[in-house]
Design a protein around this ligand. Structure first.
Ligand code: EPZ
Length: 484
């Protein structure tokens, strides 16, 4: 299945995505396809799913094996990297989550062709940016996913100009992108910010020396991508060392980039004239894996996780062993069993390889079931305790003071109506509901759909009692419009 851009009057300008259906041989002539126009404003987020809720009856141990999907936070920069070449980039193990849909819509709105695999290839995406007509990331898309700003560096490097909406505020913190902008200016870009947009231009970026004021994951990724086509060498210091950064460097290297030091605090990039196409398998999602580990621990289950990479979860495994959990880790699988009383243990979120902030909320749920007092310190984002109030509604004993949350356990959790505020907070509520006595209703689960692939089906597959209910809206509003 291929998404191709076509402007309504055939002239360049704001592209209107069209969809063509046919068996997805990339080189196959277009004539074998049948054209169906899909109105993407409805495709990205079908209105009814905004009303979806989960109903979860707690008390069932998770038993069996669950397959972990590809990493959302590795797939998003990898898709943006396709902008750097006019040849096809084939990405495998792409998770089928909402943020990936948004990224696809973003690329198509610029003029890219995005081919979605289906059936056995449903986790493969082929992106071709040989006809980028519109180097812009519009507010409508960026406001739904701030990672859209990852196209800034690649567009500037490849097209010499980019217009990207400022991401605006976020539930978990201010999250400015000033370090991305400062870095691009050090590579010779001229940048102005007006009317909520970043307007950037550069004939050709020049290699430079960047020392990040603060460790930033997407900042490191954005600048690393930009530097691949810059003139000369770029040295970046105080870089993020996350596995997703290393995975992006692996893809860029396959595309012909000259990069060394990814995974350390200092990355060197020798710019090249041109990059070429490549095929790359995205790493497993360490945060999804860690979420299932904690769910298995708290439900007293016996769970095998497959298609995961335990080496990315060192800090979590160590912390859980400190709490008394036994985890058997293989190279691409893990087995979690737990029958004993959990002991309380403090955490403080740090950049990789420290304890990930994206696991703080799920760990808080665990701390409510541990014997004793756990102090949770959030060092990365200034407003990432929204889940604490919802967990307290289920009976948890949590006191939040600034960047610290003091959790006293063990306290039995009881079912309640709760609502999600952001992606990882949603995961902490789902885990709490799996433990709670009774039937919990979780509202606004569209947050969890952004980063977890069909979580309710995966949980059901290992014994959880969970179902998704949606407000049935009149069919007309929901269904995407199709013009044969
Ligand atoms: C990435 O966000 C992840 N998102 C986040 O995952 C994750 O929580 C975060 O890294 C930290 O691990 C993706 O990879 C798409 P940062 P990012 O720049 O890159 C400040 C999830 O749940 N900062 O490393 O946006 C910033 O405000 C998401 O999947 C600046 O001040 O995070 C924060 O306090 C949520 N200026 C700190 O640095 C900048 O220009 C770290 O943020 C950039 C960042």
């Amino acid at each position: 299945m291929k998404l191709v851009p076509k402007s309504p009057n055939g002239n360049p300008g704001k592209a209107e995505p069209l969809l063509s259906v046919g068996d997805s041989g990339f080189k196959k002539p277009v004539s074998r396809t049948r054209t169906i126009r899909i109105d993407f404003r409805n495709v990205a987020i079908a209105p009814e799913s905004l009303m979806d809720k989960f109903v979860i009856r707690g008390g069932n141990p998770l038993v069996g094996s669950v397959r972990i999907s590809g990493a959302k936070n590795a797939a998003l920069p990898a898709m943006a990297a396709a902008i750097l070449t006019d040849e096809p980039v084939i990405l495998e193990n792409i998770p089928d989550v909402r943020d990936i849909q948004t990224e696809r819509n973003l690329l198509v709105s610029m003029g890219a062709e995005v081919e979605l695999g289906y059936g056995r290839a449903s986790h493969r995406t082929t992106i071709s940016c040989n006809n980028l007509v519109n180097p812009e990331a519009a507010y409508e898309l960026v406001k739904t996913m701030r990672a859209s700003t990852l196209v800034l560096g690649p567009l500037l490097a490849r097209m010499g100009r980019a217009r990207v909406s400022q991401p605006g505020g976020c539930a978990i913190g201010a999250r400015p992108i000033d370090l991305h902008i400062k870095g691009l200016e050090r590579l010779g870009a001229s940048i102005k910010q007006e009317h909520g947009y970043i307007e950037a231009s550069a004939d050709r970026l020049r290699g430079g020396h960047i020392i990040f004021d603060k460790i930033t994951v997407t900042g490191t990724e954005d600048l690393m991508m930009a530097a691949t086509l810059a003139e000369g060498e770029t040295i970046m210091e105080n870089c993020a060392r996350e596995p997703e950064v290393v995975d992006l460097a692996a893809l860029l290297t396959k595309m012909g980039a000259k990069i060394s030091g990814a995974g350390t605090h200092t990355i060197r990039i020798h710019g090249v004239e041109k990059l070429h196409g490549a095929r790359h398998r995205i790493i497993p999602d360490r945060i999804e894996a860690a979420t299932f580990v904690i769910a298995a621990v708290l439900t007293g289950g016996d769970l095998q996780l497959i298609n995961c990479d335990p080496s990315h979860l060192g800090s979590l495994i160590q912390k859980l062993e400190e709490c008394g959990v036994s985890i058997k880790a293989g190279t691409d699988s893990m087995r979690v069993t737990n029958g004993h009383q959990l002991e309380a243990a403090d955490i403080s979120t740090e950049e990789f390889p420290g304890f990930p902030t994206d696991m703080q909320a799920q760990y808080m749920t665990l701390a409510t079931q541990s014997q004793g007092t756990s102090i949770i310190t959030e060092n990365i984002f200034e407003n990432r305790f929204m889940h604490a109030g919802e967990l307290a509604r289920m009976g948890a004993n949590i006191k939040v003071k600034g960047s610290r949350a003091i959790v006293r356990g063990k306290t039995p959790l009881s079912s309640a109506a709760v609502q999600c505020s952001d992606l990882r907070a949603s995961a902490s509520l789902v885990i709490a509901a799996l433990v709670a006595d009774g039937e919990t209703i979780i509202d606004r689960v569209y947050h969890i759909d952004r980063g977890y692939e069909r979580i309710e089906e995966k949980l059901k597959g290992v014994g959880a009692q969970i179902r998704r209910i949606g407000e049935i809206l009149p069919k007309r509003a929901a269904a995407p419009s199709v013009v044969a």
